[in-house]
Write a protein that binds this ligand. Sequence first.
Ligand SMILES: [Zn+2]
Length: 289
Amino acid sequence: MKGHIIYGMLCGVVAVQSLAGDTNIFTCRVGDLEVHLLVEYTGQGKSSVLLGASEADLRRYLPGGTYQAQTHTLLIRSPERVLLVDTGFGGRLFEHLKTLGLEPAQVDAVLLTHMHPDHIGGLQREGKALFPRASLYLSRQEKAYWTETAAHHGAVAALAPYGARVRTFSPKSIEAAEELLPGVRAVAAFGHTPGHTLYQVESQGQKLLIWGDLMHVQDIQFPLPAVSVSYDTDPQAAGAVRKQVLAYAAENRIPVAGMHLRYPAVGRVSPDGAGYRFSPLEEAATQGR
Ligand SMILES: [Zn+2]
């Protein structure tokens, strides 16, 4: 890709950063996969969304009472296929695809982590699928919740134009996760929503765990993983699975990417006291690993 240099390697994942200092697309390599993190939205969040944080915790980790909130999507290009993980609100995603020289019709599959509006907003417009050839993957539990239990009309409308191209599956725990597509494992991380799913991609022995909404406020949820947010369907389950996945990623030195981590939103997790620390890929790469 013109205008990019490769300048670092971490856990086998190579960071490719725009020379122009573009902070809306971050590219890294995982084996022969090219992974692009696409920034969809940047704004501000308030600490009032947090559950389980004491006044002292808030003063320590979020002294201003606010945090920079971002939403991303991820695009994965391999020699065989183009995969998209979530679609954001369906705004900037389409500009980013253009920047990468891709048409929506080139996307072979959209993998959904869950069905909140900031993840499924780019699936359809006026009843038409915006990814005309893509199969749409989501967990059976997630689809059942949003189309039956909670019957949210936005979720129903998002799936409708994909018809028989909607594929559901039952993800397993991170230790038992099975391949959904070649080199892609689906991992159950229920709690944020009833069918919230992570995707671990692997190529040439290198891995990246795309953890969706496992975490929303990194300044406090890395050091205190039990802290949840008020929009977790089951805050307690979300906290439990967050701890489990953080331990797994740290122990196995698997880099992670999150839809609400701050740009570049890809990095490494390591233990730090009773909690964890996050080293963004870019920073870790320039600090000489
Ligand atoms: Zn969400």
